[in-house]
Design a protein around this ligand. Structure first.
Ligand code: ZN
Ligand code: ZN
Length: 386
C-alpha cells in the first residue's frame, strides 16, 4: 500500500492506526455528537449512566435510613441531574469555528484535499477544505472533517469535538460524573457496613412492615417494590461497585489531567505537541540514522514491504511509522500541518507517525546507505507552518 499516492490524497489518506488501518474522514462534516455514525463509546457512556442512575435511585438510596436517604436524594440527584444537562450540552454544541458555522453548508460533501496544490490543510489561517478563514487556534478535525475553534481534542465518549465553545461543558461533564461516582461509592460502602453491623437500619421504609423474612429485600422503592433475595442485592451491588470503580479510575485521571492542563494554560492538543517534541528530541538518533532504528524494530514501514534489514529495498515513497511513547495520541497525522486526529480521553499507549520519504533503494550495508532523507518530522506538530 503506497500511502503517499498523490491522486487519492484526502485529509487523512495516510492516517494509519496501530494496525495500519486506513482511516478516512467522513465525506460530510459532522455537526455535533449526535451526527451519525454514533460511536460505540458514546453508547456505552449513556448505557452506564442509565444503569448507574437506576441502581442508585431505584435500589441503593431507598435502603438508607430516613435522614440519610433524603440527603442522598438531594445531593446525588443534584449531581446526576447537573451531569445529564452538561453532558447533553457538550454533545449537542457544534464546536466549529465561527466562520465555518456562518459560511459552511454541512449538507455539502467536503472536497478532497489535493496535496499537490497545498502542503497543509490550513495555511495562513485559511482552511483549504472548509474554505474559510479560521482563528489561530483552530484545527481541522479529521473525525468531524471541519475546523474546530480552540481545538482541544476529539472525544469519543461524547462523539464530538471539544473546542473553546464546549470545553467547560465537557470539563463539567467529567467533574460531575466523578463526583456522582464518589457519591455512589459512599452510599454502597455505608450499606455494606450497616448490613454487616446492623442490617435492620436498612429496612426502615414502611413497606418493610409487611416483609417478615429478613432474607428478602425490596427494590425500586417506594413506587414499584420488587421482592428479591439477599444474594441478588449482593450481586447487583458488586457489579455496580465494580463498574463504579472502573469509571472512577478512568474519569478521575481524566479530571486530574484536565486540571493539570488548565493550571498550565494548555489544551490537550498543545500538550500532545509538547510531548511529541520532547519525545522526538529524546530520540534524535532516529533522525540521524533511521535505518539503524528500523533494524532494532523501532520503526515500521507503512506499506509493509520492508520487514527486515535483509529485505530492505523498495523504500521509495514509503511511509515509516514512528512508535512514539506519547501516552495520548491514538493515530498518526503525517499531514503534519493542520489536521488533528482523535486523542483518546484517557491516557493510553499509542503511536504517532514520523514521515520519511526516501528517493533511493535502501541498502542493508550501512556503508551503502545513499538514501536521501527528505523529511522526517513528528506528525503531531501541526502548529508549524511550512
Ligand atoms: Zn477546515
Ligand atoms: Zn472532531
Amino acid at each position: 500500500m503506497d500511502t503517499r499516492s498523490g491522486s487519492q490524497c484526502s485529509v487523512t489518506p495516510e492516517a494509519i492506526l496501530n494496525n495500519e488501518q486506513l482511516v478516512l474522514p467522513p465525506r460530510i462534516s459532522r455537526v455535533n455528537g449526535w451526527s451519525l455514525p454514533l460511536h460505540y463509546f458514546q453508547v456505552v457512556t449513556w448505557a452506564v449512566f442509565v444503569g448507574l442512575s437506576s441502581a442508585t435511585f431505584g435500589i441503593f438510596i431507598p435502603l438508607l435510613p430516613h435522614v440519610w436517604k433524603y440527603i442522598a436524594y438531594v445531593v446525588t440527584g443534584g449531581i446526576f441531574s447537573f451531569h445529564l444537562v452538561v453532558h447533553l450540552i457538550a454533545s449537542c454544541i457544534d464546536p466549529a469555528d465561527s466562520n465555518v458555522r456562518l459560511k459552511k453548508n454541512y449538507s455539502q460533501p467536503m472536497p478532497i484535499f489535493d496535496r499537490s496544490k497545498h502542503a497543509h490543510v490550513i495555511q495562513n489561517q485559511f482552511c483549504h477544505l472548509c474554505r474559510v478563514t479560521v482563528n489561530k487556534k483552530t484545527k481541522h478535525c479529521i473525525s468531524c472533517n471541519k475546523c474546530v475553534s480552540g481545538f482541544d481534542h476529539h472525544c469519543k465518549w461524547i462523539n464530538n469535538c471539544v473546542g473553546s465553545r464546549n470545553y467547560w461543558f465537557f470539563f463539567s461533564t467529567v467533574a460531575s460524573a466523578t463526583a456522582g461516582m464518589l457519591c455512589l461509592i459512599a452510599v454502597l460502602l455505608y450499606i455494606l457496613v450497616q448490613y454487616l453491623v446492623n442490617p435492620g437500619v436498612l429496612r426502615t421504609d414502611p413497606k418493610y412492615e409487611d416483609v417478615k423474612n429478613t432474607n428478602t429485600w425490596l427494590l425500586f422503592l417506594p413506587l414499584f417494590p420488587v421482592q428479591v433475595q439477599t444474594l441478588i442485592v449482593v450481586i447487583i451491588g458488586m457489579l455496580v461497585l465494580l463498574l463504579d470503580l472502573l469509571g472512577l479510575v478512568h474519569l478521575g485521571q481524566l479530571l486530574i489531567f484536565h486540571i493539570y492542563l488548565k493550571a498550565k494554560k494548555m489544551t490537550t492538543f498543545e500538550y500532545l505537541i509538547k510531548t511529541c517534541k520532547e519525545e522526538s528530541s529524546k530520540h534524535q538518533a532516529v533522525r540521524k540514522d533511521p535505518y539503524m532504528q528500523m533494524e532494532e524494530g523501532f520503526l515500521q514501514q507503512g506499506d509493509g514491504a520492508l520487514g527486515s534489514s535483509a529485505q530492505g529495498v523498495k523504500a521509495k515513497s514509503s511511509l515509516l511509522i514512528y512508535k512514539c511513547p506519547c501516552h495520548f495520541c491514538t493515530s498518526v497525522n503525517p499531514d503534519g500541518g493542520s489536521t488533528a486526529r482523535e486523542a483518546d480521553d484517557a491516557p493510553s499507549t499509542s503511536t504517532l507517525g514520523l514521515q520519511q520519504e526516501t528517493t533511493e533503494p535502501m541498502k542493508t550495508d550501512s556503508a551503502e546507505r545513499k538514501t536521501e532523507i527528505q523529511e522526517l518530522r513528528c506528525p503531531c506538530d501541526p502548529g508549524l507552518p511550512p
